[in-house]
Each structure stands twice: as C-alpha cells, then as structure tokens.
Design a protein around this ligand. Sequence first.
Ligand code: 13P
Ligand code: SF4
Length: 333
Amino acid sequence: MSFDQAKAELNEVGYLNLEGTENIDFAAEIKKLKKEKNAIILAHYYQEPAIQDIADFVGDSLQLSYKAAEADADLIVFAGVHFMAETAKILNPNKKVVLPDLNAGCSLSEACEAKDLKAFKELHPNHLVVTYVNTSAEVKAISDLCCTSSNAKKIVDSIPLDQPIIFAPDKNLGAWIQKETGRDMLLWDGACIVHEAFSIDKLILTHKEHPKAKIIAHPESEDHILKTAEYIGSTSGLINYVKTNPAKEFIVATEAGILHEMQKEVPNKELIPAPSHEDNTCACSECPYMKMNNMRKLYLCMKYELPEIQVSKEIQEKALIPIQRMLDISAKK
Ligand code: 13P
Ligand code: SF4
C-alpha cells in the first residue's frame, strides 16, 4: 500500500482526526486493546520511555526480528521504524503488522534505493551483496545476505575470503567491519543522521569533565568517534557492556532512547549521552523517525489496526532469503 492510500484509509476511519483523544489514558487503553486483539507490541530501544514500558518486548533490531518471526499473536504492533516493521512482515507474512506512524523512516534506508543498488550490482557482477537491515524490502529482495549491527562481523566472516563484497548502505558500519574482519569491501555512501551528528570536540570536553568514564559507541558512528570508544556494539551489546563492566560512568554514543533501559539495568551507574554538533541544550541525540511514534499514535494504531504494513508476495519471498540466511548464520555457535 502506498503512503497516500494508507492516508486515505486512515482518514476514512477517523484516524487522523485526533480530537477527542485528549483525556484518554493511553497506557490503560493500550493494555486493554492488547488483550482484546491478542496483540504483541515489539519496541526498539530508541522508542520513547512510555512505549518501551508498555511493550511486550524491547530489543535491538536482531532480537526484534527473532521475536517477530516467532510471534503467534494475531496482531504485531511494531513500535520502531518502517524497515523494522517491514522485516517483521517479511518474516511472518500471515500476520497483520502495524506501525504507529508510516512516516517513521530511516536516513540509511532512504540513502539506498533498489534501482540504484541494482545498477551498482550490474557494474560489479561478481560481488556478493550484504545489506544492513536498515533498508527497504525491495533492497533486501536483491541482496544476498542481510546483517544487523550485532551480527555484521559474523555475517561477513561467514563469506569465503576470495568472494568480493558490496556492503550497503551504512559506510560507517561498513568501514568498521572492514577493519574488524580485514576484508576489502565496496561501501555504499549512506549514513545515519543521528550517529553522524556526534561531535568529537564536545566528546573530548565531556570526557575531560568525566575522566573515569568509559566511552562506548554504536558502530553507525563515524570513525573518529569509534576510535575513542572502549567498546563498540549494537544497542543490546552496549546495554550488556555497562551491566558487566565494573566502571561506574559511561559516555554513550548512540540514540538517547537507549538510556531508559540502560539506566534501569544499572541504576547506580552514571550514564552520560555523547554530545552532538547541534546540541547546545540537552546534549542528547534523538532519532526524529523513531520519535514520530508516541502513545497516542500507538493507541490509535492498535484501535484501528492501521497503518498496516503491506509487502507484495513476490518481494516478501525474495526478501526473506537474505534475512533467513542472516538469522541462520547468526544462530550458529
Ligand atoms: P541496532 O538495534 O541493531 O543496534 O541498530 C540500531 C539502529 O540504528 C536501528 O535503527
Ligand atoms: Fe535510521 Fe539512524 Fe534513526 Fe536508526 S537511528 S532509525 S539508523 S536514522
């Protein structure tokens, strides 16, 4: 379904008419709807705290894919961004998957259109295409393997050494994986607007103020930020690190939504968000796409079961192949 079609449908059922929702206790209503509709709410760590608190499961993009694949609820409510909900639909095509705001996209996904990747593949016919899950279903459908930030190294390591690779669309994650694996890959020129916004100058100043703090970073960050980090990992990897590392202070270079779950896990440790270039007020970096979802939209989306994620059978079947390969490789010890 195109965005315009979905919008027309939403208008019909009054979804866009938000009047009359002012006095609703969204948390209570969402809990009721969850039972009534046998729904499961899957939320990414970058969602606002109220959404994380009401979700059945909060996780990183790989964990959410596994949960979506095994979900036996009638309705999968995906509190995250479009590519994540689409991945859930690809993995579990007979379920209805809804996303609170259809506009919740991703700068990485937008940087890599299927037609451009197809043309690039044609220029490099001997290359195998590894795409980060932050891509559209159409891009996945022409990929050989998918990866997330938590399994990218393992996925690339699983490819024979003499096999040339195209890695898309995140150039920062790709460059980090190149370093980690020693593989020479052709990198697509995409980036995450949130992780590219961290300021190295401000980070150094922050570290001067907290000299004992360990810097930890998501691999979507730029190389100069990653060079300062004691640990680099996915959102779940970062949470795990602060739990298991004995340090008492951490400077965290990823989207600020992660701090909610992290602080719950380590209530006695100090978590300092890494500062971004633009930020003169609160030093935190928020993904504008992730933050398009809110409790009101979550409630309306569950009530009307809209906007629904649609993927054609042809694309679903093709896109499932690289995702399933990723899950299989990832699950191997
Ligand atoms: P992970 O959930 O794999 O850490 O990825 C973070 C991200 O940027 C999702 O958009
Ligand atoms: Fe995309 Fe970056 Fe937002 Fe993740 S944080 S959804 S990679 S724009």
